[in-house]
Design a protein around this ligand. Structure first.
Ligand code: CDP
Ligand code: CDP
Length: 222
């Protein structure tokens, strides 16, 4: 029997941190859907294609070799057979990814890959539309939130650790607010809580507290 767990929420609410730890504890695979949208965006920018050039994006998408390779407890995104790295988290990619991921043909391309693998594996998948569109039948759906200020502070700390302090806290906050607005207001698959999802506000919780809370919600389904 396979189990599907959907984790959605805005930028830096803690989705990937929490999902990775749960995947390890439950011995299931973590799938980072945002990494696929970021990889597409990165590859487009590398080919000098701008996020507003829908025709070029449509054409180029067919040429891309993007695959999800099963590792022990996660699916690695590969571009042209190579694992992708921190380049997909750059400021440039982050600024363009919401516009690219609003195209219906981009979403179809990604959803096809995500749905294919969730048929065969137990997964914990994070993103914006996992509980609403990608895995509507998921056994457990979690919607993580935190105030924009807390999320910007988290992203700032992360950048500091990576030695990537190119943006001030204020710039990060503005970029997060703008991306949330774009993701929440697009026509197709906007960021929103599925009706049957449980919302967890992580603003005042540690990672460990959130992990324990979510595990306790999953446990009855195992
Ligand atoms: O990690 P962070 O919250 O910054 O973002 P991400 O999960 O890597 O997603 C990057 C962007 O991809 C989001 O801002 C959305 O525009 C898009 N995305 C989406 O549209 N649907 C998903 N299921 C996942 C990401
Ligand atoms: O995937 P998403 O963009 O939602 O967030 P992330 O990449 O997991 O980043 C969240 C950051 O906030 C990480 O640096 C975590 O260590 C930190 N954090 C958290 O995820 N949850 C908390 N309750 C507290 C801090």
């Amino acid at each position: 029997m396979t189990i599907q767990i959907a984790i959605d929420g805005p930028a830096s609410s803690g989705k990937s941190t929490i999902a990775k730890q749960i995947a390890r504890q439950l011995n299931i695979a973590y799938v980072d859907s945002g990494a696929i949208y970021r990889t597409i965006t990165y590859a487009l920018l590398e080919n000098n294609i701008q996020p507003n050039d829908s025709e070029a994006i449509k054409e180029q998408l067919q040429q891309f070799d993007i695959e999800l390779m099963a590792d022990q407890d996660y699916f690695e995104v590969r571009l042209n057979q190579q694992p992708i790295g921190l380049e997909i988290r750059s400021e440039q990619v982050t600024a363009a990814v919401s516009e690219v991921s609003a195209y219906p043909f981009v979403r179809e391309y990604v959803n096809h890959k995500l749905q294919q693998l969730s048929r065969n594996y137990s997964v914990i998948m994070d993103g914006r539309d996992i509980g609403t569109v990608v895995l509507p039948e998921a056994e457990v759906k979690i919607f993580l939130t935190a105030s924009a200020e807390v999320r910007a502070q988290r992203r700032y700390e992360e950048n500091k650790q990576r030695n990537q302090l190119t943006q001030s806290y204020e710039d990060i906050l503005q970029a997060i607010i703008e991306r949330d607005r774009y993701d929440s207001n697009r026509k197709i698959a906007p960021l929103r809580k599925a009706e049957d999802a449980i919302e967890v506000d992580t603003s005042n919780l540690t990672v460990e507290e959130v992990v324990n809370k979510v595990i306790s919600m999953i446990q009855p389904q195992l």
